[in-house]
Write a protein that binds this ligand. Sequence first.
Ligand code: NAD
Ligand code: DAU
Length: 351
Amino acid sequence: MKILITGGAGFIGGNFCHYMVKNYPEDSFVCLDALTYAGNLETLKDLLNKPNFQFVKGNICDTNLVFNLFKKEKFDIVVNFAAESHVDRSIENPKIFLETNILGVQTLMDACKKFGIKRYHQVSTDEVYGDLPLDRKDLFFTESTPLHTSSPYSASKAAADLLVMAYHRTFNLPTTISRCSNNYGPYQFPEKLIPLIIKKALNNENLPIYGKGENVRDWLHVYDHCTAIDLIIRKGKDGEIYNIGGHNEKTNLQVVKEILKYLNKPESLITFVKDRAGHDLRYAIDPSKITNELGWKPKYTFETGIGPSIQWNIDNKKWLKNVESGEYLRFMENHYKDNIIDKKEEEGITY
Ligand code: NAD
Ligand code: DAU
């Protein structure tokens, strides 16, 4: 089989490329990635000399490039990870999110329609469901939870999901969609909570926690996201949506304290900063469908997965240095510049 992996130089796509090339030596893989600030060829360097792996630099919105690639390679399966993925950046500048996350998906599906495909898989997110209240631990996102987005990022992902469903219904395109909770693990770009906190704690810098740190995320090791997508593209049913998550709900403060404990760093580094606009309160996935229908089970709990992931960041300082480009530094400086409000004293919070 020939498989196109778009966005494979990013965090999850990169892990997926490694997973697939290792587990399916008889298949061949093409990774198409625009190498934006979040994409890094370093992540794929061990794959670049493999005979069944090819990297193509290009934008999924570029119709000529995408159509020529499909015509030449005759893909069986397309797995689309390519996206603008950082919520804070979507608040700063929504336009690129609509271009890549919606129009890019349309371009890919038009190519699938024109050149034929066995499966188009759209990597979506639990953020399309909006959020759940903090005081209703009995509520979870199922595949039929209504879409109710909060940020330009999640709105763009929800729009893409609707477009995928429309291409399935109108053009009979064989599609699947997966909606996963927050990932952590190797090769995660250090603008997302976990690698950011590890990096700053290692440097003894203040750790910026939005609001009171009580927002809840449902954390899944990236390896388990990869095994779930692998199952869906091989055994999932056309037109279906599958939620992916492992019931690992934690408040942001719990996550940060866990990291500090592992690194043996003081909790006094915790610094409360201005809350994210529109900040979703709680995500929690009900993974019954993928568990019951496809037999998926995660390998890691948060407790077993987080230590090795922290250690990966310690052992791979060179990779981290390489991804900190000019654009990354600009965003970090601008985003965290004026919003440090240390509420510890103000609100009488002690650690
Ligand atoms: P990422 O930001 O680390 O990587 C995105 C990749 O896409 C980068 O390599 C980037 O260069 C590439 N890209 C961006 N725009 C492109 C374009 N126009 N054309 C081609 N390539 C382009 O993202 P991630 O965290 O790995 O997320 C991957 C996918 O999974 C996204 O679709 C995201 O919505 C979804 N998702 C992420 C998480 C998470 O916790 N990170 C959870 C659930 C779903
Ligand atoms: O739920 C899946 C989503 O998870 C994916 O669709 C997104 O692509 C991915 O980026 C992630 O979105 P979040 O907004 O949940 O992730 P982030 O790492 O940006 O933030 C996690 C939580 O930590 C969130 O409640 C905001 C908070 N946070 C984040 C940063 C960057 C802080 O408190 N301080 C920070 O500096």
